[in-house]
Ligand binder design. Structure first.
Ligand code: VGL
Ligand code: ZN
Length: 202
């Protein structure tokens, strides 16, 4: 067991990001056994859950004439438009049924403000509005984070980059992550994370 200065942050292992879901990540469900095993090593465990109201501003269905995976300009910057996904209380928003959730002490829900998306576990996409996770981790004395889950090139990446910027030591175990890979976004995400001092582990 690692010391209580280490935390495991498990990002968005939800039905909609797994095969058959509304925004499926290829092999998304393959992270479940890997993450379940990782949980045995950590005393501090946090789950995040993408948690959108119906008609969320990141949904292509809210942008007439636009299709999923297109990009639009929002007041806070560029936004990829997604299929409707992870609607609060829906089966798609639930954690994968095989994910162990009992060992987690905190679930951070994000993306609940209709007009702004939230990829990172720490900040919304305006990079200013906080989720509260940093304060929680600091109050528990956490200094090092292992960030795993879905999707490597979106919510895992933004969470890892924000964590590194906030001064945490960050490792991303790639066997416990899968990516969406839109136009090379997976390779770019790996470069960005490495460039920010995030350790990519096998
Ligand atoms: C995610 C796209 C939209 C993610 C969430 O969890 O990576 N990606 N919402
Ligand atoms: Zn989302």
């Amino acid at each position: 067991m690692r010391p209580t200065t280490d935390a495991l942050i498990i990002v968005d292992v939800q039905n909609d990001f797994c095969p058959g879901g509304a925004l499926e990540v290829p092999e998304g469900d393959a992270v479940v056994p890997a993450i379940n095993a990782l949980m045995d090593d950590f005393a501090v465990i946090v789950l995040t859950q993408d948690w959108h109201p119906p008609r969320h501003g990141s949904f292509a269905s809210e942008h007439p004439g636009r299709a999923p995976m297109e990009t639009v300009q929002m007041p806070y910057g560029e936004q990829v438009l997604w299929p409707d996904h992870c609607i609060q209380g829906s089966r798609g928003a639930a954690f994968h049924p095989d994910l162990r959730t009992d060992p987690a002490q905190l679930v951070i829900r994000k993306g609940f403000r209709p007009a702004i998306d939230s990829y990172s576990a720490f900040f919304e996409n305006d990079h200013t509005t906080r989720t509260g996770l940093e304060g929680y981790l600091r109050e528990r004395g956490v200094e090092r984070l292992t960030v795993a889950g879905l999707a490597t090139d979106f919510c895992v990446k933004f969470s890892a980059l924000d964590a590194a910027r906030l001064g945490f030591e960050v490792t991303v175990p790639e066997h416990a992550c899968r990516g969406i890979d839109l136009d090379g976004s997976l390779a770019a995400a790996r470069d960005e994370m490495r460039g920010a001092g995030v350790v990519l582990a096998p």
